[in-house]
Design a protein around this ligand. Structure first.
Ligand code: DC
Length: 222
């Protein structure tokens, strides 16, 4: 099976790029952030905040996260319920970042991600795919963009789901999440030593998809 790791910070355009690429390649697109978001949603539903002043394992024991594909589109289920339309809010983003720093949560989601790559040709998007989840991935990319550009894109995304977004607040949240994601002890956000760094600042979506598609095709020929 071919596996392509696409890591990078929040808002670099990974998921939109990955969707476009997966379609062109005929691969399954796995958005691993959605898994952390589903776990974050569970803790929110239980009434916890990002300080997570609780035992993590007992909650995970009582939590079922599933991933299913309908017409090639990923749906994440939390305790049997499709939560795709509940996991894109700012509140869930901050909670996903908080739970993702917990080793028990990363361990809990690891096998599911590896199994998907064993059974399918995948384009997997996340933070630690090239470094931890699939260290033997066929190709690895680290997709990034300036924090300001990522904040501008995020404001548009939030507006699309009906959230009134303030640019300065979004920028601050992005910087906080970048800091949290890259400074946590376990699986911090960083490029794998053999990853190709790709900066999307100033690119249109089509440009990024086309250029990465080219790089992937070249990489797969080697
Ligand atoms: O990609 P995203 O914004 O949907 O991810 C939500 C959070 O989950 C993000 O703050 C970092 C975390 N995450 C992670 O730690 N490892 C992954 N493979 C994917 C996401």
């Amino acid at each position: 099976m071919v596996s392509i790791a696409l890591d990078g910070p929040a808002g670099a355009g990974k998921s939109t790029i990955a969707k476009g690429l997966a379609k062109k390649l005929g691969f399954i697109y796995v958005d691993t952030g959605a898994l952390y978001r589903a776990v974050g949603l569970k803790f929110l539903k239980l009434g916890y905040n990002t300080e997570l002043n609780c035992e993590i394992e007992p909650v995970l024991k009582d939590t079922k996260v599933d991933i299913r594909f309908t017409n090639g589109e990923q749906h994440v289920f939390l305790d049997g319920v499709d939560v795709n339309d509940k996991i894109r809010t700012s509140e869930v983003s901050m909670m996903a970042s908080a739970v993702s720093a917990k080793p028990a949560v990363r361990e809990y989601l690891l096998n599911m991600q590896r199994l998907l790559a064993e059974k399918n040709n995948v384009l997997m998007d996340g933070r630690d795919i090239g470094t931890v989840v699939l260290p033997g991935a066929t190709l690895k990319f680290f997709v990034t963009a300036s924090a300001e550009e990522r904040a501008r894109r995020r404001v548009l995304d939030l507006k699309a789901v009906g959230e009134d977004a303030d640019y300065e607040k979004v920028l601050e949240d992005i910087k906080t999440r970048d800091y949290n994601d890259s400074h946590r002890e376990i699986a911090p956000l960083k490029p794998a030593s053999d990853a190709v760094i790709y900066d999307t600042t100033g690119n249109t979506l089509e440009q990024s998809v086309d250029e990465l598609f080219e790089k992937i095709n070249q990489g797969l020929k080697q």
